[in-house]
Write a protein that binds this ligand. Structure first.
Ligand SMILES: Cc1cc2nc3c(=O)[nH]c(=O)nc-3n(C[C@H](O)[C@H](O)[C@H](O)COP(=O)(O)OP(=O)(O)OC[C@H]3O[C@@H](n4cnc5c(N)ncnc54)[C@H](O)[C@@H]3O)c2cc1C
Length: 434
């Protein structure tokens, strides 16, 4: 067997898991001395252009719980997790030099802020450090999508059919084994609290549709529950437009967003379920939705910063207004539509909103109030438990008529409300609360 010399550092980003994680797999295969690093990067806890915290308390707490669970799991593998809350460029440069690291592993990102960090980091660390990056957030790996990025189709159906026909989802990485003689062991690091991150504590709301915690264990528990224990997966296509309760949809998104759950893991569990329990339209449809998630990643890769621009990827100019007063009615759930209001209150009180709710409130903001869609997207970024840069901005531009919707639809809120909340249960739940 090849001797495993040298020292590796794994910079954790939105790949906060051990199972089926490329950096851990490759680093632990090649090196015996491995250490992991995570920073609560201050830029993601600052205020955005519109005055909202980029990360509000719900997601921040979810992230703290995720890191706490990861730290515990890494201990069992004899790996230290360095936890900081400073600029990761400074932090990584410091630890790479202090620990005389030979190799740096991380998940590759391409969106503006993440890319800037990556680029600046590579410029400051010693040039002899070898850098190993991976795309580890996709269902369909970019190297398997045998297409130049500029050829990625703009229409989801075209993209999906190519993926389904031509690409196989890769198998999971084998589990990593504990590192016996890891010399890169340090004293345990403590976790920041919400107040360390400048945020207020928000208790979990008793009526939340997302009563879960962050962390890989919780993610796997939910996966197990949704598929094997309750077999709700078999009914997903019928229930996915629901608004109430825990099980109308998978609720995988917050774990997927920070990488504590691997999309490949979900895919292969669904395949196993299809073999041993049932294969139907619902089991297929969850995979179909995961392809949407990939689609927006490829779209952001293709169009880069355009997904953040007012004119979107279509360079289309509309008349937008930026009335703070009008925007506040949306945020506070005080518009003329009770259905928009109940969804906005749900988001404010829990950090969660269903997909049906998101489509309605975003369409209302952009297409009816004609408010600069970026204000809505920034508010979602702040509040959502499952904020993901690609899915959030991709969906916002889609709904706002400057993205990938070939039909440029506007939602009829009254009709939507009657169809999806016929007995006004959602509205009663959130509007009649003090
Ligand atoms: C304006 C707007 C903003 C959004 N912002 C985000 C966001 O920041 N983060 C996020 O993860 N999703 C976002 N979505 C997509 C979608 O609403 C959520 O993924 C979904 O509601 C999460 O619930 P679930 O995990 O129970 O989904 P399920 O219905 O169980 O779907 C399974 C998985 O498929 C993926 N998925 C489903 N629908 C979409 C979609 N439309 N786009 C991309 N992926 C999808 C998600 O990863 C989801 O976890 C947004 C949608 C809209 C309309």
């Amino acid at each position: 067997m090849q001797e495993k010399k040298g020292k590796a550092l794994i910079w954790l980003r939105n790949d906060l898991r051990i199972e089926d994680q490329a950096s851990f797999y490759f680093a632990s295969n090649k090196y015996n001395n491995v250490i992991a690093y995570y920073s609560f990067d201050p830029q993601f806890f600052s205020k955005n252009h519109w005055g909202y915290n980029r990360t509000e308390s719900f997601r921040a707490q979810f992230l703290i719980d995720t890191i706490s669970s990861l730290k515990y799991q890494l201990e069992k593998l004899n790996i230290t997790l360095i936890i900081e809350k400073r600029n990761p460029i400074k932090g990584l440069d410091y630890w790479i030099r202090k620990l005389k690291i030979d190799s740096l592993f991380f998940q590759k990102e391409w969106t503006r802020d993440e890319y800037e960090t990556e680029k600046n980091l590579i410029n400051v660390i010693p040039s002899n450090v070898s850098i190993k990056t991976h795309f580890d957030q996709f269902l369909f790996h970019p190297n398997d999508v045998k297409m130049e990025i500029k050829q990625i189709p703009e229409v989801f159906t075209v993209f999906r059919k190519i993926c389904e026909k031509k690409i196989n989802v890769r198998s999971l990485f084998p589990d990593i084994v504990p590192l016996k003689e890891n010399k890169l062991r340090l004293k345990a690091f403590s976790l920041p609290s919400l107040s360390d991150l400048g945020l207020k504590i928000k208790e979990n709301h008793s009526k939340t549709a997302f009563p879960f915690k962050g962390g890989c264990d919780e993610a796997l528990e939910r996966l197990n529950n949704y598929l094997w224990k309750t077999k709700k997966l078999s009914f997903y296509k019928k229930t996915r437009n629901g608004l109430l309760g825990v099980d109308y949809s998978s609720k995988f998104s917050p774990w997927l967003a920070n990488g504590s759950l691997s999309p490949r893991k979900i895919y292969w569990e669904i395949k196993r379920y299809e073999k041993s329990i049932q294969k139907n339209q619902s089991t297929y449809w969850l995979i179909f939705e995961l392809i949407w998630r990939d689609f927006f990643k490829y779209i952001s890769m293709k169009h880069r910063d355009k997904i953040f621009k007012l004119e979107g990827i279509l360079d289309r100019n509309y008349e937008w207004n930026r009335s703070k007063k009008l925007f506040k009615t949306w945020v506070e759930g005080k518009t003329k539509y009770p259905f928009v209001n109940s969804n906005m209150l749900e988001l404010k009180k829990t950090g969660w909103m269903s997909n049906r709710g998101r489509q309605n409130v975003s369409s209302f903001l952009a297409k009816e109030l004609k408010i600069d869609w970026r204000m809505g997207a920034a508010y979602f970024e702040s509040m959502l438990l499952d904020y993901d840069v690609h899915s959030n901005y991709g969906n916002w531009i889609y709904v706002s008529g400057i993205g990938n919707d070939p039909r440029d639809r506007k939602f009829d809120i009254k009709w939507q409300s009657e169809k999806y909340d016929p007995n006004m249960k959602h509205q009663n739940l959130w509007l009649n609360e003090n």
